[in-house]
Write a new protein. Sequence first.
Length: 155
Amino acid sequence: MKYNELSVVKNARPSRKGRGISAGRGKTAGRGTKGQKARTGHSKMPIGFMGGQRAIMQAVPKLKGFKSLHAKAEVVYTDRLNDLSGKVDNFVLAEASLISSPFVKVKVISRGELKSKIELETQFASKTAIDAIKKAGGSFKKIAILKKPEKKAEE
């Protein structure tokens, strides 16, 4: 340990407010003379309280509409599946860069013509997309959303 690494902590006691003139924080105890903040119980005012004036969050109008917290499904079109064959699931779609991650919701929608025979396993598919897959000789199976594997803490 070096001299400049020593921690210098002053052993100061907390100040005792309102304990007389000689204590240095007597009489008004650092609250000023008069006013709302000088009175007892001023700390119990609600957040955003503006002294009885209408608060800013009451003055600002509410926003219209509704924003869903649920993540939307990523869309894959059937004509993009022509390059794939065999079993196609979220991992295969992610490797082919058709979706961002194998752990997202996927919906297959019909567009163009599907020529390759595939066994599709995703979360959602439109009726026309299922018909196009079956017409090409493939099949569709609905699966649950895949969850990310949790990282194990090193012991």
